[in-house]
Design a binder for this molecule. Structure first.
Ligand code: FAD
Ligand code: NAD
Length: 464
């Protein structure tokens, strides 16, 4: 006998889970969401997207006051860092966001079941000794940081992203293992605050899945900012002591090892789906070869009535991807269709300048049968970018050579993460480069770089 019954029980209150719960409640279902963390919002709101962006924003202000404002004729003297206040800003932002989800749960009459969920049987979820029944179960259990063998994370000297959001003092030296999203964003934060940051990356470039031209430019800009890189290198061991961390490094393909010392080591080599403790094996929910919950094109697991979304399943580990899946599953369960267009999931790195990407990379198109055209426009040729002293970067649009349909867009530059969205909307509507090029773009705006790149696809950029 169940203690209580719901139309839907969602496991995990991150962006995948809480958004799914809210949409299902909007559609008239009775909904419970199980979350074992003290607060709602999952990785993203508590120790991910939100706190990292709060620190990126705050450290950018500090960097501007130190180095950039004088370029506008604004003299600022005696600039100093109050790290405690900066961390407090971050904590307040997190608190406001997680409290916001609590409010939304109350507003939508979603029951928060506190504790760790285990699926006792299809349609039955166990939380803190009680059994709850549900017509449908959605697993949105998210992901955890990947550890490296022989490197014990203590969250003080050797930290994961969570520890790197809360360092007590600015380290003199920081080594980051992994030149991906987390390494570059959190490396940027501490570098702006004064640390000498070295990124050790296994492959030959930063954010390896990104369009190569973008990644090369990104590396150049970060290097100019003082970040140093060791590519094709792996860390084979690290020991934390009183005075810092001793590392051993080796070429990725083996060879002589080298030693290095640092004050703080950040391990940021990716994340893995969180599936332990849910009882999946016992009830027949299968995982794929990479340990992710196996789902079909409709987010159905191998057991009827059990669905999965977000970081726990295949696809980019991004909050907006998890959210869209959560919405789609809720709509499907309420008798609707549910739709996620995986061709238009943007990836954005919130450094300075920002880097934003959507759709196919040029490398992917080169190895496909599709003939494509490229339009590119530099920020140096944009009036607003000049006014902002932000002339670093470019917009690159890839379009089908036959139909002109937009296939991808890659931007490095000021507000790239905002600029990319007009391209996403155009792609969602099956738009062409010509559609973008003929749409009004207010002057003077950074958005004009997108228009000019779209014009460039047909070889007719005006300001180049
Ligand atoms: P999660 O957010 O991980 O939530 C899962 C929740 O389920 C957790 O709260 C967990 O406690 C709970 N849970 C798991 N198992 C159980 C159980 N058995 N019982 C009860 N509760 C359970 N993405 C972006 O798009 N933009 C960004 O800027 C960005 N920045 C990031 C920065 C950092 C430092 C990190 C680490 C990640 C960042 N991400 C970012 C990735 C983003 O956080 C994830 O893609 C997103 O949180 C995934 O959402 P989710 O709902 O699938 O899982
Ligand atoms: P990542 O996959 O972005 O980058 C990991 C990097 O580590 C890769 O470049 C990989 O080649 C490298 N690597 C792997 N093993 C290594 C080793 N042994 N030695 C040296 N380098 C190694 O992973 P992440 O930075 O940990 O972030 C995890 C996920 O969180 C991201 O994939 C992303 O989906 C999400 N995230 C997104 C944002 C954002 O949207 N702005 C920010 C942070 C995190």
């Amino acid at each position: 006998m169940a203690d209580q019954s719901f139309d839907l029980i969602v496991i995990g209150a991150g962006p995948g889970g809480y958004v799914c719960a809210i949409r299902a409640a909007q559609l008239g279902m009775t909904v419970a969401c199980v979350e074992e963390r003290e607060t709602l919002g999952g990785t993203c709101l508590n120790v991910g997207c939100i706190p990292s962006k709060a620190l990126l924003q705050a450290s950018e202000k500090y960097g501007e006051a130190l180095h950039a404002l004088s370029g506008f004729g604004v003299k600022v003297e005696g600039v100093s860092l109050d790290l405690d206040a900066m961390l407090e800003h971050k904590d307040k932002v997190v608190e406001a966001n997680v409290k916001g989800i609590e409010f939304l749960f109350k507003k939508n009459k979603i029951a928060w079941l506190k504790g760790a969920a285990k699926i006792a049987a299809p349609g039955k979820v166990e939380v803190a000794g009680a059994i709850y029944a549900a017509k449908h179960i959605v697993i949105a259990s998210g992901s955890d940081s990947i550890d490296l063998p022989g490197i014990a994370v203590d969250e003080e000297r050797i930290v994961s992203s969570t520890g790197a959001l809360d360092l007590e003092a600015v380290p003199e030296r920081m080594v980051v293992i992994g030149g991906g999203y987390i390494g570059l964003e959190l490396g940027t934060v501490w570098q702006r605050l004064g640390a000498q940051v070295t990124v050790v990356e296994f492959l030959d470039r930063l954010v390896p899945a990104m369009d190569r031209e973008l990644s090369t430019q990104f590396q150049r800009v970060l290097r100019k900012q003082g970040m140093t890189f060791k590519f094709k290198t792996k860390v084979t061991g690290a020991v934390a002591g009183e005075d810092g961390v001793k590392l051993t490094l080796e070429a990725a393909d083996g060879g002589k090892s080298e030693e290095m010392e640092t004050d703080v080591l950040l391990v940021a080599v990716g994340r893995k789906p969180r599936t332990a403790g849910l009882g999946l094996n016992a009830i027949g929910v299968q995982l794929d070869s990479r340990g992710r919950i196996a789902t079909d094109g409709r987010w159905r697991t191998t057991v009827d009535g059990i669905y999965a979304v977000g970081d726990a399943i295949a696809g980019p580990m991004l909050a907006h991807k998890a959210e869209e899946e959560g919405v789609a599953v809720a709509e499907m369960l309420a008798g609707g269709v549910g739709h996620v267009n995986y061709e238009t999931v943007p990836g954005i790195v919130y450094t300075w300048p920002e880097v934003a990407t959507v759709g196919k990379t040029e490398e992917e198109l080169k190895t496909s049968a599709v003939a494509y055209k490229v339009g590119k426009f530099p920020f140096t040729a944009n009036g607003r970018a000049r006014a902002m002293n932000a002339t670093e970067g470019f917009v690159k649009i890839l379009a089908d050579a036959g139909t002109d349909r937009i296939l991808g867009c890659h931007i490095i530059g000021a507000e790239a993460g905002t600029l990319i969205h007009e391209v996403i909307v155009a792609m969602e509507f099956g738009g062409s480069a010509e559609d973008l090029a003929r749409s009004f773009h207010g002057h003077p705006t950074l958005n004009e770089t997108v228009k000019e790149a779209a014009l460039g696809v047909a070889g007719r950029a005006i300001h180049l």
